[in-house]
Write a protein that binds this ligand. Structure first.
Ligand SMILES: *[C@@H]1O[C@H](CO)[C@@H](O)[C@H](O)[C@H]1NC(C)=O
Ligand SMILES: *[C@@H]1O[C@H](CO)[C@@H](O)[C@H](O)[C@H]1NC(C)=O
Ligand SMILES: *[C@@H]1O[C@H](CO)[C@@H](O)[C@H](O)[C@H]1NC(C)=O
Ligand SMILES: *[C@@H]1O[C@H](CO)[C@@H](O)[C@H](O)[C@H]1NC(C)=O
Ligand SMILES: *[C@@H]1O[C@H](CO)[C@@H](O)[C@H](O)[C@H]1NC(C)=O
Ligand SMILES: *[C@@H]1O[C@H](CO)[C@@H](O)[C@H](O)[C@H]1NC(C)=O
Ligand SMILES: *[C@@H]1O[C@H](CO)[C@@H](O)[C@H](O)[C@H]1NC(C)=O
Length: 736
């Protein structure tokens, strides 16, 4: 269950919900809850596990904790997961030292040319820092990994760096090596990846370069990760039924303590949740505290607004967009006309034309024309479909075409911007081409067509944000712009598990496969972040995040609607080479995040437990959330006022050259016109690491109520362009 676009998750997601409700009933109304207790106490005599046992004993009144304690978090932060009744849950939430108690839920798991597209060319053409790159370890929290994959071969790697404290707990049939330096399992299936998702994401972030890979010839070339010389440690938290939050927190607890340099996590809820109830926000906070950046996927619930997940400012949140390589699958009709559809079709039917049968005319008795046109399973009369190419008005046909005897399928696709793989010859058409196809079928006595093998095209219209990529605004911290950036996440070829299915009900076994989703864009940015870190090993997570955001290319808006605004791409498209040399960065420390959380109205007591520091949310350290020193600037206005003024306070740190002068420039964006004043408008940095503050005042009137209004602030010294989007919005009308 992945953050794969249009995924096969519909069925399995229902399965997850179903399983949860079943177990809740059979287990005497006990449910697994996560009891989050913030930072670990620094007291030498503090023993987390015995504290967890004591708390459990106290609230349950039982002496045996058999079957109660599911997990203790004790290496990087404090807490536990336990089976509790509703009344026990209420009692434990009131106990001293407990930040939050939330139910264990199931989360969803959300190339060849993509790195070239991003400007990170192969071999000597890219500047590398090999020694540091090889000392960098990427923690991949996902569905496990395929240790035999060439993408993770240890050939040519020396022993892991000394700082590494991880383990390879794979059992007999799972061996790590000097590339795959660690593996842990939280699912009781073993760390082997049987779905393929974790193998795909890990190889995209840091896989070796492997030549001559393809999906049955499609997308052929060299597959590689962003930092091929880096090491990988895999943390398996997902199975076919999903990824549980209690496992996920355990993976963070270990990954941080094991000594990973960066965490990539392509998993999420469908929508954002409150920070204290969100295992990824919690895990990533403690990772940030230890200098580890967490990169996560924005989610696949687009293009509707308010769908972005992973919205905490200490997470780098990634949207998905296209590259200049696209896959198309042509359909040639009996009359010679060609329709250009989308799919990843490796089946070669040699151009032979077969009879077409439209779902509507293959209907069993008792089905409405509409249902039959959509190819609802019970509606198709097998004897009318057998040996023909089935034509459907909706994607459900892709699933069942083969089982009703069709030789291939052509269907209208709700996502004409993405090529999906199917277990039979298939092509997905947009609405217009579907119409031509239907009118051809209806005008012919014996309509026929051929579905060709997929071709690779060069598409200049890129990058375009994928329709599935989740959109802002941020529903939790409304003044923090999310997603942060976009990266390639459409039609990505990467390593796969031979045990997995390249598409639903697919019996083919492959070592490399094509997938789309924010699951695929996230490890690209993790690779970029690792690449930046190899040149700046001492940089904090916020410095790396800032470098990636302020050097991103401005994505050109297309059309109206929030789909083509900062709510879909944040600061823009990542540029790994530019990110090495950002000139200036917006730095954030733990104390800044605490001040932000004070401003979000978290109490001092809660924040003290989370941070482990003696926190007081006083006037002095409490900031308006929009004044967090974030690399983008965003404010939600309360509406009604015709004219408005908003200010943002920011501080820049010079990481470029001494004696540099930056001038500010404002470039208009879209929506209502914003007047932007920057004070001071020129910043002079005498030395490296020097900090300078400035204020941005945005005024305007009659704010557009359908799309956010934006501008760009650019600090320029003649060499470095430090760009931040400024986004002001009132409300967003749901486009669905
Ligand atoms: C070990 O794993 C490999 C790769 O998946 C598999 O082919 C083999 O059957 C496994 N052997 C055992 C003993 O489980
Ligand atoms: C992929 O295969 C085609 C056909 O064999 C060939 O023309 C092309 O050069 C190959 N591309 C790469 C990147 O290897
Ligand atoms: C299925 O189609 C065949 C052939 O057209 C027809 O004889 C049969 O009655 C149909 N069955 C149903 C259930 O519609
Ligand atoms: C190129 O990409 C754009 C944007 O995703 C898409 O609309 C267009 O159909 C693509 N062109 C082809 C020939 O596939
Ligand atoms: C925090 O509380 C203050 C005072 O009640 C309120 O004005 C403000 O909007 C709240 N902030 C957030 C982020 O909820
Ligand atoms: C923002 O900056 C201005 C000018 O430096 C200063 O007067 C103001 O107090 C700052 N506001 C906050 C909330 O830091
Ligand atoms: C600083 O830069 C200015 C303008 O580029 C130059 O004239 C001056 O000599 C520089 N000063 C130092 C100390 O490098």
């Amino acid at each position: 269950m992945a953050y794969l676009a249009g995924s096969s998750c519909l069925l399995s997601c229902l399965l997850v919900l179903f399983l949860i409700s079943v177990s809740a009933v059979t287990d005497e109304d006990k449910q697994v809850y996560i009891v989050y207790m913030g930072s670990l106490s620094s007291r030498a005599d503090y023993m987390p596990t015995s504290d967890h046992m004591n708390i459990l004993q106290e609230i349950t009144g039982e002496s045996s904790m058999e079957g109660r304690l599911v997990r203790s978090y004790k290496r990087s932060f404090n807490g536990f997961a336990a089976r509790l009744t509703e009344s026990e849950r209420i009692r434990v939430a009131e106990m001293e030292g407990v930040v939050s108690v939330f139910p264990n839920k199931m989360l969803q798991l959300q190339t060849t040319t993509s790195w070239d597209f991003m400007g990170l060319k192969e071999g000597k053409r890219t500047k590398r820092n090999p020694t540091v790159e090889s000392d960098t370890i990427i923690g991949v929290i996902d569905s496990g990994i395929t240790p035999e994959s060439q993408s993770f071969s240890g050939k040519g790697f020396g022993p892991p760096p000394k700082k590494w404290k991880g383990v390879c707990s794979g059992g007999k049939n799972f061996t790590c090596n000097n590339k795959l330096v660690g593996a842990r399992d939280y699912t009781s299936e073993g760390p082997r990846d049987i779905s393929g998702h974790g193998t795909h994401t890990a190889s995209t972030a840091a896989g070796n370069a492997v030549v001559d890979t393809s999906f049955f010839g499609i997308g052929n070339g060299t597959v590689r990760g962003g930092v091929p010389a880096s090491r990988i440690s895999a943390y398996k938290v997902c199975t076919d039924t999903g990824c549980s939050s209690e496992a996920l927190l355990a993976a963070f607890d270990d990954a941080i303590a094991d000594g990973v340099d960066l965490i990539t996590i392509s998993i999420g809820f469908k929508f954002a949740s409150m920070f204290e109830d969100d295992p990824i926000a919690i895990g990533a906070f403690h990772a940030m505290d230890k200098g580890i950046l967490t990169v996560s996927s924005a989610g696949n619930s687009g293009p509707n607004p308010n769908t972005v997940s992973h919205v905490a400012p200490w997470i780098l949140t990634v949207a998905a967009s296209t590259t200049n390589r696209g896959f198309i699958t042509k359909v040639v009709l009996g009359n010679g006309k060609t329709l250009v559809g989308k799919s990843v079709n490796a089946f070669d039917m040699k151009g032979k034309k077969y009879p077409l049968v439209y779902g509507k005319s293959a209907a069993s008795s008792g089905c409405s024309a509409k249902t039959a046109g959509l190819c609802a399973p019970s509606c198709l009369n097998k004897s009318r479909v057998k040996g023909k190419i089935l034509v459907c008005d909706g994607p459900s046909g892709f699933k069942i075409a083969k089982s009703v005897g069709a030789i291939a399928i052509i269907s209208k696709t709700p996502r004409p911007d993405v090529a999906f793989t199917h277990h039979l010859p298939a092509s997905g058409l947009n609405a217009k081409d579907m119409k031509s196809l239907v009118s051809y079928i209806e005008s012919e006595d014996s309509p026929r067509a051929a579905v060709l093998k997929t071709e690779t095209i060069f598409n200049q219209t890129s990058p375009v944000i994928a329709s599935f990529s989740s959109r802002g605004p941020n529903t939790i911290a409304v003044d923090i712009l999310k997603p942060d950036v976009t990266a390639p996440g459409v039609e990505i070829l990467a390593a796969f598990s031979p045990d997995g299915e390249p598409s639903e009900d697919d019996t083919r076994h492959v070592k490399y496969s094509v997938f789309s989703g924010t699951s695929m864009s996230c490890p690209h940015v993790a690779g970029v972040a690792a690449y930046v870190k190899t040149f700046h090993p001492k940089w904090s997570p916020s410095m790396i995040q800032s470098a990636i955001m302020t050097t991103a290319w401005a994505v050109k808006p297309k059309g109206r609607g929030i789909a083509s605004t900062e709510f879909s791409y944040g600061a823009g498209h990542v540029d790994p080479i530019a990110a090495l040399n950002p000139g200036l960065v917006y730095e954030l420390e733990k104390a800044d995040h605490i001040a932000f959380l004070c401003g979000m109205n978290y109490t001092s007591k809660t924040l003290k437990i989370i941070s482990g520091d003696n926190v007081k949310c006083s006037k002095k350290n409490k900031i308006l959330p929009r004044n967090l020193n974030y690399p983008s600037m965003s404010a939600k206005l309360s509406g009604s006022a015709r004219t408005f003024t908003v200010t943002f306070n920011r501080t820049l740190t010079n990481v470029g050259t001494p004696n540099s002068t930056y001038k500010s420039k404002v470039v208009a964006g879209h929506g209502s016109k914003l007047s932007v004043k920057v004070t001071p408008s020129v910043l002079y940095f005498k030395t490296v690491n020097e900090k300078q503050s400035f204020t941005v005042t945005v005024t305007g009137r009659d704010l557009d109520s359908e799309i956010p209004s934006s501008a760009n602030l650019i600090w320029f010294d003649g060499t470095h362009k430090v760009r931040s989007p400024i986004v002001v919005y009132e409300m967003v009308v749901d486009e669905s």
